[in-house]
Design a protein around this ligand. Structure first.
Ligand SMILES: [Zn+2]
Length: 110
């Protein structure tokens, strides 16, 4: 699908699985879709959306892990105090068996 919009979330009914298009690409195997936007004024320019979308991808061994699309989410690295931290969750069936936080600035994992 070609769509110039940054993010499109479609919900057919209240209990439907959302359809998510990020920069024109449909994101499948969703496990979390979160968006939070607010402003304290009638000026919409100050709102800063917190976007957190997670989906499952399989690695070269077929093991599923989560991939995150996030904007303005602040997880602070314990080593360098940077905020460029990814969370990868490894699954055994539907259960999370390991969660790894990886800092994209200093490379530390926790
Ligand atoms: Zn770091």
């Amino acid at each position: 699908m070609i769509d110039a919009k940054f993010l499109t979330i479609k919900l057919d009914e209240i209990n439907s699985v959302p359809k998510v298009f990020y920069k024109g690409e449909e994101i499948t195997n969703l496990v979390h879709v979160g968006i939070d936007w607010a402003t304290g004024t009638d000026e919409t320019v100050y709102g800063k959306p917190l976007i957190d979308i997670e989906y499952l991808e399989k690695d070269s061994f077929g093991v599923p892990h989560t991939v995150s699309i996030k904007h303005n989410r602040t997880i602070v690295c314990k080593e360098c105090e940077g905020i460029n931290v990814d969370i990868n969750r490894l699954y055994a069936g539907a259960n999370i068996y390991r969660e790894i936080k990886e800092c994209k600035d200093c490379g530390c994992k926790s």
